[in-house]
Design a protein around this ligand. Structure first.
Ligand code: SAM
Length: 276
């Protein structure tokens, strides 16, 4: 059977007696026009290796395979094995199914150390920890195209002063170029979640901070945004307060939400320098 001869996704779910489980964030995209759009947003995929977290019924997986990607699909819910094995047969070797928790897998080992992108309609409950893992862990994807709850997507791309600008914005933007590239209303999913969603394209920077610098960045943003209404000289007091601000070239009277990513990197560097 070829990809084109596969039954519609809704029919495949019915045939295998599969109902969505809320505990696993299962809100499916059953409209192939939408999943194909997400695959297009991921850029040219012909011959590329793509890790997909949570293939579920396989709508996005089909679109990635149609675009010519070699897909490694990591699914926690073993109930989907038979349905996804049908898809693997139709994909003729281009789909590898891994039944595992994506938070625990070693992605680099899964792809044999080869460069790989990540494309996923992420389960809401683990979306942010997975993004942090891919930004800071041992496996760095070449690019990420990720569906989040809209509110999380907005935090990832938020500029300073926007109100939702926070730790996640600084970490993501220090490590990558982040763009909100598509919105999807709740009704696009089966069953519909309570909130709308959005796709963020995350393109890692060549000059992303390394391990120690990242740790320092997490420390200063934790302190600064932990008390975001306070002036930096107060929120950063345990780390050096006013002297630290001045060493980083920042006004001690400013507040975390006004500081651009470069300012936080300067704070991280100044804190490391002071700590020796
Ligand atoms: N990709 C499918 C789609 O777009 O229709 C399903 C997306 S659904 C939002 C999230 C999927 O992630 C579900 O299939 C769920 O079982 C799976 N999942 C949830 N937690 C997971 C985890 N920790 N590791 C791997 N897969 C997970």
């Amino acid at each position: 059977m070829s990809l084109g001869a596969l039954p519609p996704l809704r029919e495949a779910l019915e045939t295998h007696g599969l109902l969505a489980r809320k505990s696993l964030g299962q809100h499916f995209l059953l409209d192939l026009n939408i999943t194909r759009k997400i695959a297009r947003l991921a850029g040219p995929l012909e011959g590329a290796t793509v890790i997909e977290v949570g293939p579920g019924p396989g709508g996005l997986t089909r679109a990635l395979l149609e675009a010519g990607a070699k897909v490694v699909a990591v699914e926690k819910d073993a109930r989907f094995r038979p349905l996804l094995e049908d898809l693997a047969i139709a994909a003729d070797g281009a789909l590898q199914l891994v039944l595992a928790d994506a938070l625990a897998v070693d992605e680099a080992a899964l792809v044999g150390g080869a460069p790989a992108a990540v494309v996923s309609n992420l389960p809401y409950n683990v979306g942010t920890p997975l993004l942090v893992k891919w930004l800071t862990g041992g496996f760095r994807p070449t690019a990420m195209t990720l569906m989040f709850q809209k509110e999380v997507a907005r935090r990832i791309v938020a500029p300073p002063g926007s109100g939702v600008y926070g730790r996640l914005s600084v970490l993501a933007q220090a490590c990558a170029r982040c763009e909100l590239v598509m919105e999807a209303p709740a009704r696009a999913f089966t069953p519909p979640p309570k909130v709308d969603s959005a796709v963020v394209r995350v393109t890692p920077r060549d000059d992303a901070p390394d391990g120690r610098r990242l740790e320092a960045l997490q420390t200063v943003t934790g302190a600064a945004f932990g008390q975001r209404r306070k002036m930096l000289r107060a929120s950063l007091r345990p780390l050096g307060g006013e002297a630290l601000c001045r060493a980083a070239g920042l006004a001690p009277e400013s507040r975390a939400e006004a500081i651009p990513v470069a300012g936080f990197l300067a704070l991280a560097d100044a804190w490391r320098a002071a700590a020796g």
